[in-house]
Design a binder for this molecule. Structure first.
Ligand SMILES: CC(C)(COP(=O)(O)OP(=O)(O)OC[C@H]1O[C@@H](n2cnc3c(N)ncnc32)[C@H](O)[C@@H]1OP(=O)(O)O)[C@@H](O)C(=O)NCCC(=O)NCCS
Length: 156
């Protein structure tokens, strides 16, 4: 991976439009600028943009509450995939949560999202449960897989 090209920047509400743009290439249904602005001003939410050779390439948001954290969203623009952008965003997200004294990070992902599942398990996340038929899609319902990672290096 050419991770030396990737720089992670902490963002605030002024980056809501950029977040929405990056999301629009990757997530269906994507969140709009207002949704990102609301999230980025919410207590405990931290946002990150990955710049790849000076170009915005990906976005991640986390929420930290007490000693827990949650990956709210993560997306890499299609032309910047498979070069380590999401991995760098996830590492920065876990570091931020750890520094805020969170002991674990949680997330959920569609069981059909093989790429994201591979990303998360490769970064030390383990399955903790499932929500049957959680995502209602045109092609049918898809389970949500619940994943977690200890941030203090213990297994969860
Ligand atoms: C999932 C997603 C965020 C991955 O972003 P990315 O920047 O391409 O991921 P990285 O380059 O950091 O990948 C790191 C590792 O994760 C795994 N991985 C990532 N995408 C993968 C894919 N499509 N298929 C298989 N493995 C994948 C690989 O192990 C990869 O390492 P490698 O490239 O050396 O094999 C991106 O495909 C995306 O934005 N998808 C649409 C939005 C989405 O599904 N978000 C997650 C919702 S929970």
């Amino acid at each position: 991976m050419k991770t030396d090209e990737i720089v992670i920047e902490r963002i605030g509400v002024t980056s809501a439009e950029l977040c929405a743009e990056l999301h629009s290439f990757s997530i269906e249904p994507a969140w709009d600028e207002d949704a990102f602005a609301t999230l980025l001003q919410s207590p405990g939410v931290a946002g990150f943009i990955a710049m790849r050779t000076g170009v915005p390439a990906g976005v991640a948001l986390i929420r930290i509450a007490a000693d827990e954290s949650e990956l709210v969203t993560i997306a890499t623009a299609p032309e910047h995939r498979r070069v380590g952008v999401a991995q760098a965003l996830l590492e920065a997200s876990c570091k931020c949560a750890r520094e805020a004294d969170a002991i674990a990070m949680y997330l959920e992902v569609a069981a059909s999202n093989d790429g994201a599942l591979s990303l998360y398990t490769g970064q030390g996340f383990s399955e903790t449960g499932r929500r049957k038929g959680y995502y209602r899609r045109a092609a049918g319902a898809v389970d949500a897989v619940l994943l977690a990672k200890r941030l203090d290096n213990d297994e969860i």
